[in-house]
Design a protein around this ligand. Sequence first.
Ligand code: BGC
Length: 753
Amino acid sequence: MKKLLLLMLAGFTAQAQDAKMNAFVTRLMGQMTVDEKIGQLNLVTPGGFTATGATVSQNVEANIKAGKVGGLFGIYDPKLVRKPQEMAVNDSRLHIPLLFGLDVIHGHKTSFPIPLAISCSWDLSRIEQSARIAATEATADGLNWVFSPMVDIARDPRWGRISESSGEDPYLGSLIAKAMIRGYQGSNLSVPNTVLACVKHFALYGAAEAGRDYNTVDMSRIKMYEYYLPPYKAAVEAGVGSVMSSFNEVDAVPATANRWLLTDLLRKQWGFKGLLVTDYTAINEMIAHGLGDLKQVSALALKAGTDMDMVGEGFLTTLKQSLKEGKITQAEIDQACRRVLEAKYKLGLFDDPYRYLDESRPAREILTPQNRAFARELAVRTHVLLKNSHQTLPLKKSGSIALVGPLANDRKNMLGTWNIAGDWKQAVTVLEGIQHVAGNVTVKYAKGANFTSDTLLIRRLNAQNGLVDVDPRPTQVLIDEAVQAAQQSDVVVAVIGEAQEMSGEAASRSDIGIPENQQELLRALKKTGKPLILVVMSGRPLTLGWENEHADAILQTWFGGTESGHAIADVLFGNYNPSGKLTATFPRNVGQIPIYYNHKNTGRPYQGVLLDKFKSRYLDVPNDPLFPFGYGLSYTTFTYSPVTLSKTRPKGNDQVEATVTVTNSGSVAGEETVQLYITDPVASVTRSVKDLKGFQKVFLQPGESRKVTFTVTPEQLKFYHSDLSYDWEPGEFQVHIGTNSAEVKSAGMNWGR
Ligand code: BGC
């Protein structure tokens, strides 16, 4: 009763606040000319900072003063942000403050691991905390809007932006989206350390054909609803304040002009009330998509439900003419303008345009020891132990190691892609990390290999920011030096993988193996006979077939951010027992892509009989991946009891408790992520072989056992039908609980109406 009253009270307060906002915005809009309204729809980025697209905005100052800019992105620091804000507030006719945005993707100046890495922690409270810290640092730096979280489901590791995603699973992806939004936005946007979040890229951007960035997307509605749309929907449910439309087409209409997507689905069905911004010049790009000239595509974007035009100035330069010609309506312009003003209102900018411009904050709140400590605490949880024969890891804090590889002592590539404000000079290298964590160990460092010997690739990687240093010595000389270091040491730790800009935007690869010259180094190291430990940094799953066969241990560390070197040393020397679990499948080779755990069964499933001909399989590679979704080892081992169900014939809205006992059967304490999957083997549409429906983390001392219980409800059995209705169907279900998507214990039940 009390709860209900409180809820009603909250509802009334929200309504009263909305009414106040509406009255304010209506009054303001009453004073605005058409040009000023269109001006609010213009989002610009000035030159001179990190450019995240091919063009930057011109005449920014003059346009701000003329009331032709609604927001700015790409600059930060309260001193720098103050200038344009003053121009807008003092010099434009109606004194409307600007929004200030930035791609704060995995931390602001304290850089956290890349999003794909963070997702491997499966640690929702720390994920939320990372967004909270990012919001605090970003607002201390003058920002009020972040272009995050990116929630695109990615099943194709060739796509470089898989690094920015939470991987392939819609359930986990949705929970992460919600956690991030809570972290960024808090419960009140006008508080000076919360920011407007922006969920992106709406929609389906991760399904680009052949993994080539910006490529065509084409998929059935049922696949969209079941697998690709849930994280965006979850973001809307979590109250995200803005949405960014994607570059790709959806149902043959680019997202930015897709009225079904932006209005019918997002606003009408899901109830999104916030601001919708395009991606970088996405309106202009619809000319190349083949939808018409700039005037035409700008009108299409507005009519579809777009509010703000990022960089392209199609709105600024053509909407007035389209209005005169009757191609768009005044109401459509007003609607978009209202949404921009509402975002500013919610951020408290009309009360105080300088709310986020406290120049004393950066020194106190950015890159603090606490933030760095948290970055380390998070980074250790993102590492995934892929292999560990004969307990090669953890290493002893004595003896000698040869530390080799292009990433062993590289500072410039530690943060990972999309660290716009991150300063690589603040990053800890692996060599430093080892020296700090295991001071008594003798470390012989040798670079051993450049990132690649492909000079064109190096030029491309360095075209934007020059982070790839090249050792000019011949390949063989580098290798010989590393081999010598190996021969003089007890073990070899090779820190290999991708340069950070080999993943991220416009960084698709058709070969996702370790570059050939690094493999050459590994082959030479293997021949020394010394235990070979690989630390792999990458922004995507790589094909690690040879490495898995020949290395003694493999630790996948992704790109770990500012504290990467410390975190890697913490895990290598056993200060932290690795607990990360993959959120994207590692294929055996590129030909298996797309490969993901929640696939369909087909009518001719391959059941392991080698000479069976007419089966869904390859002649040259198994169907299963190298490492499945959910996979990740620990320095200890966990054993699972069989699954018990509280009911095997539930009915209607019953709940079923599914329980296993998990035991730490090894000799060190460790954390396990216990995963729940459900299969619906008979339904009116084909279903996937299994879907993740829950997980729990348990920390167990050696020898300790814990009962882990999941509550299964009919809600978890629901799925989309051909007519897009969403419901469950009675019948048989299998409940699987296990350590990864492929190694599970199962029990069956029959759920009746
Ligand atoms: C990216 C977006 C980003 C925007 C602004 C685009 O190129 O696709 O993710 O938010 O630039 O930097």
